[in-house]
Design a protein. Structure first.
Length: 140
């Protein structure tokens, strides 16, 4: 287990699944729920932090090529529609749910990001770029 923390006072800590690959490096083995800038399969460097013996992520060593998006169903909805999830799977994506209303999507390198964005835009649900972030995609 490693710790990933965001920035600022309201940062959320996350303990994603990882596989040790040696020398303080770990391969991310799940789609992150809250962290930005990391995706499934990335190699992360993590070391203990002060009195906390758990390794904390310091940097991304190698990007896997996967990308991460997140979708949240509207208030009052019980879940993200299965039809949307089926559309994402048909494009070659995978997903995991933090809750039935909050879904994290993995986009493999061979799947065009624009195709996934088009499906999500059509859904009219709220979604975000997590890796790369919107700011990384649109620096202007």
């Amino acid at each position: 287990m490693v710790m990933v923390t965001g920035e600022g006072d309201s940062a959320i800590a996350e303990t994603p699944w990882v596989i040790p690959v040696g020398d303080g490096h770990f391969r991310l083995d799940n789609i992150p729920f809250y962290a930005y800038g990391i995706s499934l399969g990335d190699i992360l460097e993590a070391t203990p932090d002060g009195d906390d013996p758990r390794p904390h992520v310091r940097r991304v060593v190698t990007k896997s090529g996967n990308r991460t998006l997140r979708v949240i169903a509207d208030e009052g909805a019980s879940r993200v529609p299965q039809s949307l999830l089926d559309d994402l799977i048909s494009l070659g994506c995978s997903y995991t749910g933090a809750t039935p209303r909050y879904i994290c999507i993995n986009i493999p390198p061979i799947v065009p990001l624009d195709a996934v964005v088009a499906v999500l835009d059509k859904s009219k649900l709220r979604w975000e770029h997590a890796d790369p972030t919107y700011e990384q995609l649109h620096p202007e």
